[in-house]
Design a protein around this ligand. Structure first.
Ligand SMILES: [Zn+2]
Length: 253
């Protein structure tokens, strides 16, 4: 089989839907104890067939501003997914521990961010394994999702991902935060590409992203979105190890 190289840039432009949806009114609990129980049950079982879910994903971290981002997510009871780079897991383990403790999802984004389609399979394995080990050491859990650097993948990448039992998670749209580094632009772009079950690419090393998060999270929630982990939005996809999602153009799982 000839090697398929796929860039996420090839994915067709995502349709823009900006239909504001009022958040559905929650039933009024009779007692505080009951309210706590309801909140806890909700936190445990997120059902994206019922909820208007969206998954914000933060790559290349933990970045310098991860602590501030975690504070914001906690304040608004929002969950996110962090595709971590092993070298920064090693240098900033406390953030990784906190991410896991506060219910966020941890994904593997390589150790040093090489393009997996240009290196040997053993080097890809090494990049993934070192990151698995670093996350395990920092947070006591191992990532179950892989996001190849630059969204670049090929058959070889898929085979290695399969060995690790992980599907490859790309994104439905990007915030373009790394390019604009402008809070207003990041907010505008993210709202323009937000859609139900969307997977949005962002970066916690971009200060302007972290700065705009309180306002962005509030707006998404006011439009009816529940901010969830990637695992929640892909649950219905029944992805197998080595599968890619969203399926890039020219790729077959
Ligand atoms: Zn990256």
């Amino acid at each position: 089989m000839s090697r398929q190289i796929v860039s996420l840039l090839a994915i067709a432009t995502v349709a823009v839907t900006l239909t504001p949806t009022a958040a559905s009114a929650a039933p009024t609990p009779k007692a505080p104890v009951q309210a706590a129980a309801v909140a806890q049950a909700k936190a445990k079982a997120v059902d994206c067939a019922q909820l208007k879910c969206i998954a914000l994903t933060f790559d290349d971290g933990p970045g310098k501003y991860a602590g501030t981002l975690l504070d914001t997510l906690k304040k608004y009871n929002a969950k996110a997914t962090f595709f971590l780079e092993g070298q920064y897991v090693k240098s900033r383990p406390a953030f990784v521990k906190r991410m896991a403790k506060e219910g966020h999802e941890l994904g593997n984004h390589s150790y040093s961010h090489p393009n997996f389609t240009t290196i040997e399979p053993d080097a890809v394995k090494n990049e993934i394994q070192k990151t698995q080990d670093a996350v395990k050491k920092a947070a006591g859990v191992e990532p179950k999702l892989l996001r190849p650097p630059y969204g670049m993948l090929d058959v070889q990448t898929s085979e290695v991902a399969a060995e690790f039992g992980m599907p490859m998670i790309l994104w439905t749209a990007g915030s373009r935060d790394w390019a604009t580094k402008n809070s207003a632009e990041i907010k505008k772009q993210t709202l323009a590409v937000a859609k139900r079950d969307g997977i949005i690419l962002m970066h916690d090393w971009v200060k302007q992203t972290v700065d705009v998060m309180p306002s962005l999270v509030k707006l998404l929630q006011s439009r009816g979105y529940t901010l969830v982990k990637v695992s929640d939005v892909i649950k219905s996809q029944n992805l197998q190890p080595g599968d890619a999602f969203p399926v890039p153009e020219g790729w077959e799982n």
